[in-house]
Design a protein around this ligand. Structure first.
Ligand SMILES: *Cc1c(COP(=O)(O)O)cnc(C)c1O
Length: 367
């Protein structure tokens, strides 16, 4: 049995630290917006190489509140990837702005910067690149485009905590970075959590107000805000995990390199190809094959977990049927949705398990 992601080993590895974090918060009697969140914000900002971090309730609201803080709404357009998790799009439509999808590079997974310029209009306000599967998007090109056209850039860092572009961390490359600490992310809470990193002090301050009912001083409300706060317990757990993040990402690199090696030269199998300038963190190891259904079935029979990220692109979801973008609107995203498969991956996966998965993949695709 090889699980898709081993969620239990983290507690085995960090039990003393996590138990101490739990006890610290329980004994403090303070559970929302306190010392743990403040300390985590400072530590995570330093980790990302950003000046500010604001802890929020989840990744979706991290994306959404940045757009609110920039006063985006009806009549504004935001460039988003056609190939992404639906949360990216939900943040844009939640503020009433229009999603303008742009296709990925030919092999995927990330937005193709060469296609962005053609999608810009006089209403475009922001670009929202996603570092999908832990692979950084082409931020150098995107930032140059944004500067040229006077646009804001918000990175969706949900799958790429710790990744780098030429030595600089994701979350410090755009005007803002939105992070998710959903349990299965590279650094996850034991529940929901999120954050925004930015060098913009005014943006950070506005987010602190927005996350707390629009209030800076208790019972004095400056604007109509939200309740979107990272809680003390989750912040304390994240503080226990953060010192391990680089080592865990390094373990993921070892697993990915082993897959690359063991899955080489299999006819009909596409492997992830990462650009030279990118230092990915392998949130997922995603292969492509036209024989996906066969492969899933065989893996399952051998007790090997696999998942599809994602089987239906946002534009074909019922949630966005009203946009009228039917099949054929974004053929590259659609082809990826039909062919991608994520193999088991995680910092606690034994290397021998990679060999076993690879053997089953090779045998299945040979016949
Ligand atoms: C997980 C994820 C989100 C949303 O994060 P939540 O914390 O679950 O709200 C956004 N974008 C991407 C690409 C994600 O993978």
């Amino acid at each position: 049995m090889i699980p898709f992601l081993d969620m239990k080993s983290v507690y085995a590895e960090l039990k003393p630290e996590l138990d101490a974090a739990y006890a610290r918060v329980m004994e403090s009697g303070w559970f929302v917006l306190g010392k743990e969140v403040e300390a985590f914000e400072a530590e995570y900002a330093a980790f990302c190489g950003a000046k500010h971090c604001v802890g929020l309730a989840n990744g979706l609201e991290a994306l959404e509140l940045v757009l609110r803080a920039w006063n985006l709404g009806a009549g504004d357009e935001v460039i988003v990837p056609s190939n992404t998790y639906i949360a990216t799009w939900l943040a844009v439509t939640a503020v009433g702005a229009k999603v303008v999808p742009v296709e990925p590079t030919p092999g995927g997974p990330n937005i193709d910067p060469d296609r962005i310029e053609a999608a810009l209009t006089s209403r475009t306000r922001a670009i929202m690149p996603v570092h999908l599967y832990g692979e950084p998007a082409d931020m150098d090109t995107i930032m140059a485009l944004a500067a040229k056209h006077g646009l804001k850039v918000i990175e969706d860092v949900a799958q790429a905590q710790g990744a780098r572009v030429r030595g600089r961390r994701t979350g410090s490359l755009g005007d803002a970075g939105a992070h998710s600490f959903f349990p299965s992310k590279n650094i996850g809470a034991f529940g929901d959590g999120g954050a925004v990193t930015t060098d913009d002090a005014a943006l950070a301050e506005r987010l602190r107000v927005l996350r707390n009912y629009g209030s800076r001083v208790k019972y004095v409300n400056l604007e109509r805000g939200y309740n979107s706060r990272l809680d003390e317990l989750q912040a304390a757990f994240l503080r226990a995990k953060l010192p391990k993040l680089d080592a865990w990402n390094e373990r993921r690199r070892v697993i990915a390199a082993r897959y690359d090696d063991k899955l080489a030269d299999i006819p009909g199998l596409g492997l992830p190809r990462v650009p030279q300038w990118a230092e990915p963190v392998w949130h997922l190891y995603v292969v492509r094959t036209n024989r996906r259904a066969d492969l899933v079935k065989t893996l399952e029979k051998q007790g090997i977990g696999s998942l599809i990220h994602y089987p239906i692109p946002p534009h074909l979801q019922q949630a966005y049927a009203d946009l009228g973008q039917g099949k054929g609107s974004y053929p590259l995203a659609e082809e990826l949705a039909d062919t991608v498969l994520s193999l088991p991956m995680g910092p606690h996966m034994p290397v021998e398990a990679v060999d076993e998965v690879a053997k089953v993949v090779r045998e299945t695709l040979r016949t």
